[in-house]
Design a protein around this ligand. Structure first.
Ligand SMILES: *Cc1c(COP(=O)(O)O)cnc(C)c1O
Length: 494
């Protein structure tokens, strides 16, 4: 299977090369040149498998330089009990008629990013061998909070890899910040950026497209790579949990074989929900993909109108991992829905502030996607209400999705069984969750973890509780303009 650039179809790479590279040269993203299909018989067979076997199977269809046993072994390591609490990476939790939560946050950093970022280091290390790459990888990450920690944890002390994370100084929760600044490992670095997530992400993208800079790093024995969801190695493991959720719904009798389900996904960079679209294209019976936004609802507007306009005020919300105005992975969807029109994709992506897609593409978006938004007050109301009614505690991001699903069901009358993709543990966002439950979050910080545990009678994830004893290692900060210099120093440090 070859991977082609969304902005130039003649540029192509193997799967292993795509994983090492991250984005395509010239600013595009890499997508598989065709989408493999899963037959009904294969879906039946997958239903009888464990999660690592399902993940190995699905990924092997996209990454043919890797064998299925090899990928299944990676998945056993990545998703085993040593990494995922309870030994289950993507359990479904039924909370009502046709209402299920796909809990993707039982991994080491308590957010769904672990599913991809426990796998990516294994894929990347193997790709170094498969391609004969002699240089070492220097991975740059821009994070809205959760990717950074998950990537640090996934890549820590991985041979031949260094990883540097940039996060927006005032854009992450106390717990998220401490998770990153206390990171252990000899090959890691963390730096705050004075700006928001889009500033950090743009800064990283600029460094990637600076050929002179890359050449200089190359001279020192490094190539740049990415652990953001612009790397196909993050998308492939995510497709597996959509397939797996479908299998589990059939297995539990919640739906019949072949009956469609919908997914409602709290969305930021469009990586999670895009994996759902690929699963649908592979043949998983998915009806709607409902894209949930917070007050930064650039995607809701896009899905409803075909207009993507990032020139708007950036709002810091209670769901910081969705505070994004430039949703990178939408580029992949536009390329796919335009029938692989690289020139159109390049033209739209190069516009500075906004673009409008042609009507045919807008219609194709509307065949599958619905968009909605949920503001901070309602997010809190939902956390309080769902806990009171179901004794089920949502984090702020998952609550946004739940609110958007309620609206969608009320306005459409659609009763298709639906899975809300649950992306973080509520204990990552203690202050907001406490307030949603009507308690004061005075004092903030790590004390809230214990208070929230007592209040709800739910155990917090161990790695979050363990933050208390950890020392802060990384207190550096930079302006956006200074990011390149930080990367250079980091790469040159022994
Ligand atoms: C990253 C993240 C999201 C958004 O996912 P995308 O793939 O960027 O759309 C939603 N919720 C949480 C908790 C996250 O960490």
């Amino acid at each position: 299977m070859r991977y082609i650039s969304t902005r130039d179809k003649n540029t192509s790479f193997s799967g292993a090369e795509a994983i090492l590279r991250g984005p395509a040269p010239g600013g595009g993203l890499l997508v598989p040149e065709s989408i493999p299909k899963l037959t009904a018989a294969e879906l039946d067979a997958l239903a009888g498998m464990s999660y690592p076997e399902r993940a190995g199977y699905v990924m092997s269809l996209f990454l043919d330089e890797f064998t299925r046993p090899e990928l299944t072994d990676f998945a056993r390591d990545a998703y085993g009990p040593a990494k995922f609490d309870g030994g289950e990476a993507a359990p479904l939790r039924k909370t009502g008629e046709g209402e299920n939560f796909l809990e993707l946050w039982h991994g080491p950093t308590s957010a769904f990013k672990d599913i991809a970022l426990q796998m990516l280091p294994r894929l990347l290390s193997a790709s170094l061998g498969k391609t004969g790459e002699r240089r070492d990888a220097c991975i740059l990450v821009a994070t809205s909070g959760d990717t950074g920690k998950a990537a640090l944890e996934g890549f820590r002390d991985v041979p031949r890899v260094k990883i540097l994370v940039f996060y927006p100084r005032d854009g992450v929760s106390d717990v998220q910040k401490l998770q990153m600044t206390t990171q252990e490992g000899g090959n890691v670095g963390v730096c705050a950026v004075n700006g928001n997530f889009d500033d950090a992400q743009t800064g990283v993208k600029e460094i990637f497209s600076d050929e002179d800079f890359r050449a200089r790093l190359g001279g020192r024995g490094y190539f740049l790579s990415s652990a953001n969801s612009i790397n196909w190695g993050r998308l492939a493991p995510q497709i597996a949990y959509y397939v797996s959720a479908y299998c589990d719904l059939v297995k539990s009798g919640e739906i019949r074989r072949g009956e469609p389900v919908s997914f409602c996904v709290p969305t930021g960079n469009f990586g999670n929900i895009l994996a759902g679209w690929y699963a649908k294209k592979m043949g998983v019976p998915i009806n709607r993909l409902i894209c949930a936004s917070n007050e930064n609802y650039v995607l809701e507007t896009f899905i409803k109108s075909g207009l993507y306009n990032k020139r708007r005020k950036f709002r810091a919300t209670l769901s910081p991992s969705m505070d994004i105005l430039v949703s990178s992975n939408l580029e992949r969807l536009l390329f796919e829905l335009s029938g692989g029109d690289d020139r159109l994709t390049a033209r739209l992506m190069k516009r500075k502030h906004d673009y409008r897609v042609p009507d045919e593409i807008r219609a194709r978006v509307a065949e599958t996607f619905r968009g909605g938004r949920c503001g901070d007050n309602r997010t809190k109301e939902i956390i309080g209400r769902v806990f009171a009614e179901k004794r089920y505690l949502l984090d702020t991001h998952t609550a946004v999705a739940y609110g958007v699903l309620e609206d969608y069901r009320a306005s459409s009358g659609d009763k298709t069984a639906t899975v809300v993709v649950s992306t973080a543990s509520p204990f990552k966002f203690c202050a907001s969750v406490m307030e949603a439950l009507g308690e004061s979050a005075g004092g903030g910080g790590l004390d809230l973890i214990g208070r929230l545990e007592k209040l709800c009678g739910i155990r917090a994830p161990e790695p979050l509780k363990a933050l208390r004893g950890k020392k802060e290692r990384f207190t550096g900060e930079t302006e956006k303009d200074g990011m390149r210099e930080i990367v250079r120093e980091f790469a040159e440090r022994g």
